[in-house]
Design a protein around this ligand. Structure first.
Ligand SMILES: Nc1ncnc2c1ncn2[C@@H]1O[C@H](COP(=O)(O)OP(=O)(O)OP(=O)(O)O)[C@@H](O)[C@H]1O
Ligand SMILES: O=C(O)c1ccc[n+]([C@@H]2O[C@H](COP(=O)([O-])O)[C@@H](O)[C@H]2O)c1
Length: 275
């Protein structure tokens, strides 16, 4: 038996989840299988982090509903969870800040242990508000690794001028790691190969090829709902019941935020589809 270390991993997916679809859930399963197949990782947890209302994306319904739907969708999963921290922030947060928050949460136990060690051994270790800053640049020896999970559209949006901060991309792929699921029309391998910045960290970017191509998108689901069409087998049953009970996704909800400055990735989507 080879004697190598298996790293525990927590997968974090950020997005609108407006609404959550079966493909969002599949992303987690695909990523976990892929990482397990490498023999180097053991995925212990998945976190869905819906974006807050301040994202102001067209048609984005209230975070409370998006969270509830994500909770219903993951109710029977023994490893995928939903976290409301990002959605409760009054301002839109860059994804790097969300990843940092979850990294710090995951290693909070280590921090507490450090506090105890400091008291026990009387060491003059400085544990203050800068602790999180230093821990970010100093990989913790224990505890799971946090990786950002996304579809190839998000990876490709890294190249959109003025969308992502370069230092945020470097931190996400350089320090944490990224798992990227292919989407039809995307070529993440080529994209990484052609970017010097991403190539530098290509060992931290795990591209998962989805062979059973599945183009479910939340936009298509909302459109079908507005037209009174079935979304059965695209969205979990209990989420469909919730949408019906709460009367979500109408022509009116789709107009939400349409008169406001576009959300960052939507600006990109609009620009690329109109070109
Ligand atoms: N069919 C899919 N294949 C691969 N990744 C996907 C797919 N659908 C969504 N994702 C990924 O899920 C994450 C959350 O996405 P998001 O909530 O924006 O869903 P979406 O279906 O792309 O939404 P919308 O259609 O409203 O833009 C993103 O990383 C996105 O790339
Ligand atoms: O951190 C950034 O600079 C950044 C720029 C563009 C998009 N994002 C995040 O990417 C996700 C995109 O979601 P969506 O629904 O617009 O495809 C969402 O969680 C955004 O907060 C993040």
């Amino acid at each position: 038996m080879p004697n190598h270390k298996v790293t525990e991993v927590v997968l974090l997916a950020c997005g609108s989840f407006n609404p959550i679809t079966n493909m969002h859930l599949r992303m987690f399963e695909l990523a976990r299988d892929h990482l397990h197949d490498t023999g180097q990782y053991n995925v212990v947890k998945g976190i869905i982090s819906p974006v807050g209302d301040a994202y102001k994306k067209k048609g984005l319904i209230e975070a409370s509903h998006r969270l509830e739907m994500a909770r219903l969708a993951t109710a029977n999963s023994d490893w995928i969870t939903v976290d409301d921290w990002e959605s409760l922030q009054p301002e839109w947060l860059e994804t790097a800040k969300v990843v940092r928050h979850h990294y710090e949460e995951l290693h909070a136990e280590d921090h507490n242990k450090d506090d105890v060690d400091t008291v026990k051994h009387g060491k003059k270790r400085r544990i203050d508000e800068n602790h999180s800053e230093s821990s970010r640049h100093q990989k913790r020896k224990d505890g799971p690794q946090l990786m950002l999970l996304c579809g190839a559209d998000v990876l490709e949006s890294f190249a959109v001028p003025n969308l992502w901060k370069q230092e945020d991309i470097a931190e996400i792929v350089g320090f944490y790691g990224l798992v990227c699921i292919t989407r039809s029309g995307s070529d993440p391998y080529k994209f990484i190969q052609q970017s010097d910045d991403l190539w530098t960290h290509h060992k931290n970017i795990h591209v998962v090829h989805e062979w059973i191509t599945n183009e479910i998108s939340a936009t298509h689901v909302r459109r079908a709902l507005r037209r009174g069409h079935s979304v059965r087998y695209l969205v979990p049953e209990n989420v469909i019941d919730y949408i019906r009970e709460q009367r979500l996704y109408s022509a009116e909800s789709e107009r939400k935020n349409s008169d406001i400055v576009l959300a960052p990735l939507q600006r990109y989507t609009r620009a690329s589809s109109s070109s």
